[in-house]
Design a protein around this ligand. Structure first.
Ligand SMILES: C[S@@+](CC[C@H](N)C(=O)[O-])C[C@H]1O[C@@H](n2cnc3c(N)ncnc32)[C@H](O)[C@@H]1O
Length: 362
């Protein structure tokens, strides 16, 4: 039996025997006249900023408490989907929705590592003390990113850890949301890896051990640039002293916030190699991980398009590239084909001080 099956059996038993788990010793939350069992470690509906008409997804919805609260927040014209793998939990949650007469809530059986949800269909994702239970947390966050619409957000309550992971992981410790908890740095790296930005963690951290954190993140609104974006893109590049020569031969992605182009990244194709360029974020958008997210998206696009290697010439973002797994190489070692790029020749070429980086992307 793998860990996921053990977690499923554990929570199946807890709900049928009306027992709590770990910190929540049989606790319930009230919705209307109904007392709903909760196994959570926070109240994500409190910081998710849910709005009428939104579509909300709850990862690991348990007996449905957060879904019922979300259903009240989004109203009759909104919609709430709870996903859980444990049949006994789903049964209890569906019964609760029926008792409350909620027509805008649906509970789906499934794994949070492979969500039964359409891409780009959700405004906000909640989760309450569940991601720590997964043995493939990156898959969970990648799935969350896939199903969120551009500009959508995460509001997660979860256990995180200060200090080392336990020397001995036990079934009981894992199922009780302790042994699978990771540090803020580990969690944040996973969120960044799949492309989230605006990441924050709050909570009362102890000196050592686990605690419940509120985790927020956004899926940046990144799309292919259109001719109408050209002026905004040139303004961003000029503002950062980056060349605008050769933009005609460049495929561009833009990052938008509230209708304003806040960032851009582009690439020029040279056979199986792509020359990444023009990575910039407007000064007022800096510091929230948007450049990182643009780079993640550019590499995802390149991978999907069959490129095998990326190159970059930069004076501005060497640390970002190194953190992203790029390695530096001598400019003389760049493939000859890249010599055709305006980045490498002519008056608009990158200065001699620009350093070259590369990354395999298969
Ligand atoms: C600690 S309980 C939290 C339940 C609920 N969020 C709450 O606050 O009461 C964990 C829930 O996540 C579900 N779960 C755990 N791992 C899962 C996975 N990999 N896929 C789907 N559901 C999962 C369990 O079945 C259980 O209902």
């Amino acid at each position: 039996m793998d860990v996921r099956e053990r977690v499923q059996n554990y929570y199946g038993r807890r709900i049928t025997q009306n027992q709590g788990c770990c910190a929540s010793k049989g606790e319930t939350g009230r919705v209307g006249t109904l007392e709903v069992p909760t196994y959570g470690c926070g109240t994500p509906t409190r910081f998710a900023d849910l709005q009428p008409e939104e579509t909300v997804l709850d990862l690991g919805s348990g007996a449905g408490l957060d879904c019922f609260r979300a259903a009240q927040a989004v109203g009759e014209t909104g919609y709430v989907i709870g996903v859980d793998m444990t049949p006994e939990m789903l049964k209890r949650a569906r019964a609760g929705a029926a008792q409350l007469g909620l027509l805008n809530v649906e509970f789906r059986e499934g794994y949070i590592e492979a969500l039964p949800v359409e891409p780009g269909s959700v405004d906000a994702i909640l989760s309450n003390c569940v991601v720590n239970l997964s043995t493939d947390k990156t898959a969970v966050l990648r799935e969350a990113y896939r199903v969120l619409r551009a500009g959508g957000r995460l509001a997660i309550s979860d256990m995180v850890r200060v200090g080392d992971a336990p020397a001995r992981v036990t079934d009981e410790g894992w199922c009780a949301c302790e042994d699978g908890a990771e540090t803020v740095a580990q969690y944040q790296a996973r969120l960044q890896e799949v492309g989230f930005a605006g990441i924050s963690f709050t909570g009362n951290a102890p000196e050592n051990g686990t605690y419940s954190a509120q985790i927020r993140a956004t899926k940046p609104a990144i799309r292919e640039a259109s001719p109408a974006d050209r002026q905004a893109i040139e303004a961003l590049l000029e503002g950062a002293d980056l060349p605008t020569d050769g933009l005609g031969a460049t495929e561009l992605l833009v990052l938008e916030e509230n209708g304003t182009v806040m960032g851009v990244v582009g690439f020029e194709p040279y056979g199986e190699a792509a020359l990444l360029r023009s990575l910039v974020v407007a000064p007022k958008g800096r510091g929230g991980g948007l450049a990182w997210a643009l780079l993640v998206r550019a590499l995802t696009v390149l991978r999907a398009r069959g490129f095998t290697v990326a190159y970059v010439l930069t004076t501005t973002v060497p640390e970002l590239l190194l953190k992203h797994g790029f390695t530096e190489l001598s400019r003389d070692a760049l493939p000859e084909a890249l010599g055709a790029s305006a980045q490498l020749r002519g008056a608009g070429a990158c200065p001699a001080s620009a350093r070259a980086f590369t990354k395999q992307i298969v």
